[in-house]
Write a protein that binds this ligand. Structure first.
Ligand SMILES: C[S@@+](CC[C@H](N)C(=O)[O-])C[C@H]1O[C@@H](n2cnc3c(N)ncnc32)[C@H](O)[C@@H]1O
Length: 224
């Protein structure tokens, strides 16, 4: 089960998940989205709530969900009062009403899950967003991930999760320093074209991309 993997990571206080330096691109989290204090923002895969303090100051309510019970327990210790934490089955947004949120955000989650589950989350995001609402999420960008040598070695040990088949990858970073403790489920790396096609097909408009470091791609789209 995918939740077992993440529960172990969050229960281990020495896990790299607890290193705040890894959570850098907060600058781009809500930039340009015109948030107000009457808005509701959904954070998919909130982890221990690294972004919740910053997000909760910019909107009225944050709904922060995660597949991992341990992550939600960690997050409960620190999140502000206007953050509602929800542990989910990790396969959709069935706990939310249609047209009930203004911004859907997800960072460092879709890079770990299968392509079909990402598509499900994108379609569910459209359903829960109000008209005019925005979706902003991060994935790995296929050509940069492989061409820039960020990931040089993938060891194809496979394991089955509730989301389907995911490759467990050992990442070897640019400076050739092997971070052997970094062993993560690696989801599908995406091209901009693929994401644009899926999002446009679902009914999103104003689709925009921003490249971050290490092959990360941030996508913003609007529900028109
Ligand atoms: C690398 S952490 C990122 C946490 C947080 N977004 C951050 O940037 O600090 C990935 C998180 O995604 C959660 N996750 C993994 N698969 C998920 C799924 N299918 N649905 C919801 N959350 C999921 C994990 O439990 C974990 O907390």
């Amino acid at each position: 089960m995918a939740s077992d993997f993440w529960d172990k990571k969050w229960a281990d206080s020495s896990s790299l998940l607890h290193v705040p330096a890894r959570r850098s691109p907060v600058r781009s989290v809500v930039d340009g989205l015109e948030c107000t204090h009457s808005m509701t923002l959904l954070d998919i895969g909130c982890g221990a709530g690294a972004y919740e303090k910053s997000l909760s100051g910019q909107v009225g309510t944050v709904v922060a969900c995660d597949i991992s019970r341990e992550a939600v327990i960690c997050a409960k210790r620190t999140v502000p009062d206007n953050v509602e934490l929800v542990q989910t089955g990790g396969e959709g947004l069935g706990f939310l009403r249609s047209c009930s949120v203004d911004v859907v955000f997800s960072y460092s989650v879709f890079q770990h899950i299968s392509g079909s589950l990402v598509k499900k989350y994108l379609s569910e995001s459209l359903r829960v967003l109000r008209i005019g609402g925005h979706l902003r999420f991060q994935v790995f960008e296929r050509k940069r991930l492989f061409r820039q040598g960020v990931v040089q070695v993938l060891k194809g040990r496979r394991f089955r999760t509730s989301a389907g088949m995911i490759i467990q990858a050992t990442l070897l970073w640019r400076d050739n320093q092997r971070l052997s403790s970094l062993s993560w489920p690696l989801g599908k790396p995406w091209s901009r074209q693929e994401l644009s096609t899926i999002l446009a097909h679902l009914g999103f408009t104003h689709i925009d991309f921003d490249s971050l470091e290490d092959g990360e791609l941030v996508c913003t789209a609007r529900r028109s």
